[in-house]
Design a binder for this molecule. Structure first.
Ligand SMILES: [Zn+2]
Length: 483
């Protein structure tokens, strides 16, 4: 196949990027890439090691005059997200990605491009091969399965790396340097209940919360978006204060990492109270609409008559559940003290489900500070305990605490300013990155993450902005020469 990327600068980076496109490398199926990397290292006579999950490290000694520099690790992930257009019959296990140039961008043909993180991999290979670039000792770490489980980062043995400085090449915006991410862990509460016959002299009403935007429980948590579970829980708690009531069903939210958009419950109230409760929900709808007029102008809390169920959840469980939903925190818990506008700790009341005779309430916590993550995990656990629920906590994954005083950050910012004549944006994200695991395994590892500009990652629209690649490559070299 003709290489349409031939002629783009820096030629060796694009050469390797084109090569990577020809090697299938879906997440969890990276063995062809691993084989290629091992042969690459061997061919260049570079120390090359791998581990049982397929992570690869290739080491290159310092060039003359740079022997006293410290080891620096450059890191990328070798798997890619496989998405294609509805009409594409591309087979990611066997077919090459077909890159094409579209104006200033490189795109694939009806598929993801895999520039996330193939451009990081290509950069490492070009540097390992180069004989005309001066640098200290470098080791290139290639991890597997970043996209669907952080498998490589989880399995990495600290002995694989000599470096105590690491540059992660998996960011997507020229001009931004990342210095932190959040860790996460789930806390799930369960409680068994008994069914009771539906009380007589009652009317059934269905209350729904809808029209919310929802969003990612990490990236969007600072937006103050409405959570359907919290809104429904508040309404139910208030209704239970007004009258004897029973709960027949409840269901809200779905994914652990999403802010709940919909929730619904069916309740029974005494016939003589029906009009009052309908009236209350209409007023409550206006209250919520007012509170969320900026973030969720479409929110709707509705109430309508429903068929009388034969059985309801026992009273004690119902009352404890309402207290639980109302008391369970949701949203931003703490802002970082040293990075303006960065969420340090948050929690998401993700879902409320009934399965047979058990209520399952799923919550998920994030923080870039490990102890703060544990603290908010336990706060959720304490609320479950108060409400008579049992709870379990997942293994989770660690965060990467931002260090605005980091030496490698200082050097990266200086070299960026030298090249671009402007200041980069230094930021952290409130979601998971491989660096969180590296910082846990190798305490004191000094890290930054940056990359060229990508758009539409994880979709068939994925594209890589050509001119940012040479500037990115140059920045990596400048940083290496100045550590
Ligand atoms: Zn990536």
């Amino acid at each position: 196949m003709e290489n349409v990327l031939q002629g783009l600068e820096p030629t060796r980076v694009w050469h390797y990027f084109a090569k990577i496109c020809t090697i299938p490398h879906p997440s969890k199926k990276e063995e062809k890439m691993v084989k290629y990397l091992l042969e690459f290292g061997k061919k260049l006579n570079l120390e090359t090691i791998t581990d049982e999950v397929g992570n690869v490290v290739i080491r290159k000694q310092a060039t003359s005059g740079y022997e006293n520099k410290p080891w620096v690790a450059l890191q990328s992930h070798i798997d890619m997200v496989c998405e294609k257009t509805a009409d594409s019959n591309h087979n990611f296990d066997t077919d090459p990605i077909v890159p094409r140039i579209d104006g200033e961008w490189v795109k694939a043909t009806n598929t993801t491009l895999g520039a996330d993180d193939g451009i990081g991999v290509a950069t490492q290979l070009a540097l390992l091969e180069a004989s005309d670039i001066e640098h200290g000792p470098i080791e290139c770490l290639f991890t597997v399965d970043e996209e669907t489980g952080l498998t490589g980062a989880f399995a990495l043995k600290p002995e694989m790396l000599k470096s105590r400085i690491l540059i992660n090449l998996d960011s997507e915006d020229e001009g931004e340097i990342f210095i932190g991410c959040a860790g996460g862990r789930d806390t799930t509460g369960t409680r068994k209940f008994s069914f009771e016959p539906a009380p007589s002299g009652t009317k059934a009403l269905e209350i729904t919360v809808s029209g919310l935007k929802g969003g990612h429980s990490g990236d969007d948590i600072q937006k103050g978006l409405g959570n359907a579970n919290k809104i429904l829980g508040r309404a139910l708690w208030e209704i239970a204060n007004k009258t004897n009531m029973s709960l027949a069903t409840i269901d809200g939210g779905n994914l652990r990492n999403a802010i709940a958009r919909d929730a619904v419950a069916t309740i029974l109230v005494p016939t003589e109270k029906e009009a009052e409760i309908i009236d209350y929900i209409e007023k409550f709808n206006n209250t919520v609409a007012l509170e969320l007029k900026v973030t969720d102008s479409g929110v709707k809390v509705a109430i309508k008559p429903a068929a009388i169920p034969t059985q309801v959840i026992d009273n004690k469980t119902t009352s404890d559940l309402f207290n639980l939903i109302y008391a369970m925190p949701h949203g931003v818990i703490a802002w970082a003290q040293d990075i303006e506008g960065f969420v340090e700790t948050s929690t998401n009341l993700a879902s409320i489900k009934i399965s047979n005779n058990t209520i399952i309430v799923a919550t998920s916590q994030r923080s870039s500070v490990e102890s703060a993550k544990e603290n908010i995990n336990n706060m959720a656990a304490a609320v479950f305990r108060l409400a008579g629920f049992e709870y379990t906590q997942g293994d989770g994954y660690p965060g990467w605490t931002p260090n605005p005083k980091s030496a490698i950050l200082d050097i990266t910012v200086q070299q960026f300013e030298k090249q671009f004549g402007s200041k980069p944006v230094v930021r952290a994200i409130h979601a998971g990155l491989e660096c969180g695991l590296f910082s846990e395994k190798i305490p004191g590892m000094d890290m930054v993450s940056f990359g060229p500009t990508l758009r539409g990652v994880h979709s068939p629209d994925e594209k890589l902005l050509i001119p940012t690649v040479s500037r990115f490559y140059q920045l990596v070299i400048d940083v290496l020469q100045n550590v």
